[in-house]
Structures are given as structure tokens and as C-alpha cells.
Ligand binder design. Structure first.
Ligand code: FES
Ligand SMILES: [Fe+2]
Length: 396
């Protein structure tokens, strides 16, 4: 099969074809604008309801880019809410663990003020010695919080400019065709990298590097034609987008992968499997689809599992890459083996990516190049930078 050259550029001419300034990856001033005009304004995914499945369960999100830590709590009334994790007395964290469960109340460990799951302050220790301090004025400080499918989003603007529904409108109906029920958190990775957050994401927004960088790992599970990787499809939806990865004609998993696939779905096997797209459900573009939800969230949909990436900037040259895999619950030792094998199968290509990201970031500081380039198969990576730049310039 041959592909028309510049097929995506022709379909999306508004994305342009100009070289991209390196300054966007190295300038502390540009990074400050990203912080204020992207991260302080846009809806951000901070987790999954499966991290707090029961009323009273909670988890804490370190949002370093906005200098805060958030408490996301599953209320006794079933509603998910988010608060700054900060006691109204003298500022101690209310929840000290990354994840936990309460019976309806959280007590500050410093002096015992107590909050309920709606953030209301319900007990002031030694209350008579706090003249004028009113419980009703000293609840936890709330942050906008909404759930879509199983994903929890927050918005840090005082008044959000759009609803979560509006933010996701270009992609939500399409992604919702995937059945997100029946999965459990299977594994997670958290990588602290010396890299700009956009460089980190760009390598996830194109598969064209697979036959080069991932020659010995992922490349075997995708279709390579004439030495080149060609996406099964790329579509842009507002600031968001999706890429589909092409299944190889004859995928032969390694002997261990074959063994693992007898017991359960594994990531590497799923990468290579051809999918039947009959019926009402989700329609795959390739052997797996990778959705980018602006500005820093990815949902990878595969046959029988899904995974997510959250990419969190810390500074202009440091970012956190959080990876979470969701699988059907494990019932047998064989299924556990398949799942563990799948987890390890993801680790190796990720290490190849990380190593490269850090080298790029270090070298960009040299000033040797003023610009970098994106080709047609990298249009989704270009699209991310375009979207960020529109926000930075106050146009999105
Ligand atoms: S800081 Fe929380 S009770 Fe004192
Ligand atoms: Fe990669």
C-alpha cells in the first residue's frame, strides 16, 4: 500500500510547515507563559475514579506546576471533589498519604481540625480559644472537579472559561464508544526526566521513530513499509488528536510473548493484533489508537485494555511521566504472568524514549540550532506545539 506524500499536511494545512523555534523548549519565560496560560486555565486530568472506588476513598495529586497538592476525594454522597490539600488552621496537609480511605471525615494530624468529604470544617479543636474563627468560613479550598468516563479532571482557574464537557466536546463521543467498564488498575510507572514537557510528549505523538529508536522492541509489532512507519490514521480534533498504529501483516510474537498471550492480553501482543471493527462499539483506526487530550493527557485504547499517560512539567527542563495500565481483573496465575509480561514489555521502549528525551533536552541548551523540524507523520507533535503557542498568545 502506498500513501500519498504529505497526506496529513494536505488535510490540515492550518497546522503549517514552518520550522519550530527551539526557544519554545528552552526559554524560562516561555515556560512561565505555559504555566499561566495553559496549566492554570485548562482542564487537566489528575487521575481515575478507580483510584478511589468507594465513598470515603481519596488520593493526593502533586501539582508542582501550580505549586500545590490536591486532595481528590470520593464523597459520601458519591460525588468526586478536589481541594487544595491544606488545613485552614496553619496550612498542614489534611491527607498525608498518596492514597487512602476515611470513614467520612479527615482529621488534620497537626492539631486535629476535622473536615468531612464535602470539604466542610466540622470540628475546631479547642474552639473557644479561636474567637471569631467560624467553621463555616474555613472549609477546605475547593478546585473545579469533574468526572468524564472514569477520568477525574480539575480546573485551577478561579472561574473556568469552559466546562469540561466543552473542553472534551471534539473527542468525547468518539472515545466514549470504548467500553471503560470492567477494568482495574494493573500497574503504573512514574519517571522523573530531565526534559521539557513538550519534547517528552512529542515522542508519544508520532510512531515514525519506531523502526529507528525502537528497532529491537516495538518495531516488530507495527507495520513497516519500505523502512518507514506510516500511521494507520491521524486525526486532529480542536486542540486534541488521535493516531492509529498500523498492525503488521504477519505478527509473530516472541516465544515468551506467545506463552503470555495464551493466558491474557498483553500490551505487546495487543500492539500487533489486527482488530475486528464490527458492531456498535469503538472503531479502531489501527491495532491501537492513541488519543491526546490537550494539554498533557493520553489515553491509549487497545484490544482488551487501556493505558494512560500524564505528563507533568516541573520546570522548563524537568518533567514527570506517569504511566498507568488498566486491565481486566486477574483471576489466575497465568493471567498474572501475562499482565506482568505486558508491563515489562512497555518498560523497555519507555527507557529508550527517556534516554533520548534527556539527550535532546541537554543539547537544545547549546544554542547550536535555532529551529527543529516536523514532517508529515509528525503532524500531531506539531499540533501540540501549535496549540500551546495559541494559548501562550492568548488565542486559545
Ligand atoms: S494545621 Fe491543621 S489543625 Fe493545625
Ligand atoms: Fe518511543
Amino acid at each position: 500500500m502506498t500513501f500519498e506524500p504529505r497526506r496529513f499536511m494536505n488535510r490540515y494545512p492550518e497546522e503549517g510547515n514552518d520550522p519550530v523555534p527551539v526557544e519554545r523548549y528552552t526559554s524560562p519565560d516561555y515556560f512561565e507563559l505555559e504555566r499561566e496560560r495553559v496549566f492554570r486555565r485548562k482542564w487537566l486530568n489528575v487521575g481515575n475514579i478507580l483510584q478511589a472506588p468507594k465513598p470515603g476513598d481519596y488520593f493526593v495529586v502533586e501539582l508542582k506546576i501550580l505549586d500545590t497538592s490536591l486532595l481528590v476525594i470520593h464523597g459520601k454522597d458519591g460525588v468526586f471533589r478536589a481541594f487544595h490539600n491544606m488545613c485552614s488552621h496553619r496550612g498542614a496537609p489534611v491527607a498525608w498519604d498518596a492514597q487512602g480511605s476515611c470513614k467520612g471525615y479527615l482529621a488534620c494530624r497537626f492539631h486535629g481540625w476535622v473536615y468531612d468529604t464535602t470539604g466542610k470544617l466540622v470540628h475546631i479543636s479547642d474552639a473557644e480559644n479561636f474567637p471569631g474563627v467560624k467553621a463555616e468560613e474555613n472549609g477546605l479550598t475547593a478546585v473545579h472537579c469533574e468526572v468524564w468516563e472514569s477520568f477525574v479532571f480539575i480546573n485551577m482557574a478561579e472561574q473556568s472559561e469552559e466546562t469540561l464537557q466543552e473542553h472534551l466536546a471534539p473527542v468525547s463521543a468518539e472515545i466514549s464508544r470504548f467500553d471503560f467498564s470492567g477494568f482495574t488498575p494493573a500497574f503504573s510507572y512514574r519517571i522523573d526526566e530531565a526534559v521539557n514537557w513538550k519534547t517528552l510528549q512529542e515522542a508519544q505523538l508520532e510512531g515514525w521513530h519506531l523502526p529507528f529508536l525502537h528497532e529491537k522492541t516495538l518495531a516488530r509489532a507495527v507495520k513497516i513499509e519500505g523502512g518507514q512507519y506510516r500511521h494507520a490514521g491521524i486525526e486532529l480534533y480542536g486542540l486534541h488528536g488521535v493516531l492509529g498504529s498500523p498492525a503488521p501483516d504477519n505478527f509473530t510474537p516472541s516465544p515468551v510473548a506467545q506463552l503470555a498471550s495464551q493466558f491474557g492480553t498483553g500490551t505487546v501482543q495487543a500492539f500487533g493484533s489486527k482488530l475486528e471493527n464490527d458492531g456498535e462499539g469503538y472503531h479502531f483506526r489501527g491495532s491501537f489508537d492513541f488519543w491526546h487530550i490537550f494539554p498533557n493527557f493520553f489515553v491509549g485504547l487497545l484490544n482488551g485494555l487501556y493505558f494512560t499517560f500524564n505528563i507533568w512539567p516541573i520546570s522548563v527542563d524537568r518533567s514527570i511521566w506517569e504511566i498507568k495500565g488498566y486491565y481486566p481483573p486477574v483471576r489466575t496465575a497465568g493471567e498474572l504472568f501475562a499482565r506482568e509480561y505486558s508491563k515489562v514489555g512497555l518498560r523497555d521502549p519507555m527507557m529508550e524514549d527517556c534516554f533520548t528525551h534527556e539527550l535532546i533536552c541537554a543539547q537544545m541548551k547549546s544554542g547550536a540550532k535555532k529551529h527543529i523540524h516536523f514532517q508529515d507523520e509528525e503532524i500531531l507533535a506539531r499540533h501540540l506545539g501549535n496549540g500551546v503557542d495559541l494559548c501562550v498568545r492568548g488565542l486559545a
